[in-house]
Design a protein. Structure first.
Length: 260
């Protein structure tokens, strides 16, 4: 019988746990980073697809805020799969800076992990987007129109808007990853993940890996979007924002407060 002496870790112990986790992640073999990164892209795509299914026809029939809440309620399944089933997600791995600050990994190892996992996330996301685009699930006009509208909206922001939304998005994502590390049981991890991730989707923030699914899906379904627009108008500025929020602001403050 497993005995758990406490159900939640205090912040200082979470910091230590994430330093250990960051060291392990940075030392994974490249092929494991690649395979688990592809899985993470697919998992986040699962949550993104569920969001589209929920909100596809709600906008004209339900209050806009309530419609967003209902869609946001199912999206966190993606990160739950990443954390509890096991996968490598670029945005969550931004917390590897904790292990870097502690001197447990080198900058090269951290950058290698980020690069391989980011590209693998992209491969997994695009693969799922393509499979769903030919699956017939987007055969209804409402489904296809919603997917295209989401993708078009994401490439229509200014650079500043995309960076700003990326910053606040990944602050919430890494906070979800941070809190779940402090939960010692499955239910605790689910709630630790659900609230911050639901909040970022409800608020309209920008997550680079989710957008690796949303934008290609809209393209595959006939949206007038180019790959250059996908990268220059969204993925590059959003990724920059994600790094600022998830690799600098949150871990920087917590490392200073709980490890110095």
């Amino acid at each position: 019988m497993i005995v758990i002496d406490k159900l939640i870790l205090p912040p200082a112990e979470i910091a230590s746990a994430w330093i250990e986790t960051g060291e392990k992640k940075a030392n994974l073999p490249i092929y494991k980073m690649l395979l688990l990164g592809i899985f993470a892209g697919i998992f986040i795509g699962f949550g993104s697809h569920s969001n589209i299914v929920v909100v596809q026809t709600l906008g004209s029939n339900v209050d806009e805020g309530l419609a967003k809440l209902l869609g946001a309620a199912v999206f966190p399944a993606g990160l739950m799969l990443v954390i509890m089933a096991g996968a490598e997600l670029f945005t969550g791995n931004n917390l590897l800076t904790l292990a870097l600050f502690e001197g447990r990994i080198t900058f090269k190892k951290m950058l290698t992990n980020w690069t391989v996992v980011y590209l693998a996330n992209f491969l997994g996301s695009v693969l799922l987007a393509f499979l769903l685009s030919v699956s017939g699930l987007y055969g209804s006009e409402a489904m296809a129109a919603k997917a295209i509208a989401i993708a078009t909206g994401k490439v229509s922001m200014s650079f500043t808007q995309a960076v700003a939304r990326g910053i606040v998005c990944n602050m919430l994502v890494v906070l979800a990853c941070w809190m779940q590390a402090g939960a010692r049981d499955m239910i605790g991890k689910i709630f630790a993940i659900w609230f911050p991730i639901m909040s970022f989707v409800l608020s309209g923030y920008e997550h680079s890996v989710a957008n690796m699914f949303f934008i290609p899906l809209g393209m595959f379904l006939g949206g007038q979007i180019t790959w250059a627009q996908c990268w220059l108008n969204n993925l590059i500025p959003v990724t920059l924002g994600n790094l600022i929020g998830g690799a600098i602001i949150v871990p920087g403050v917590y490392y200073y407060c709980y490890r110095k």
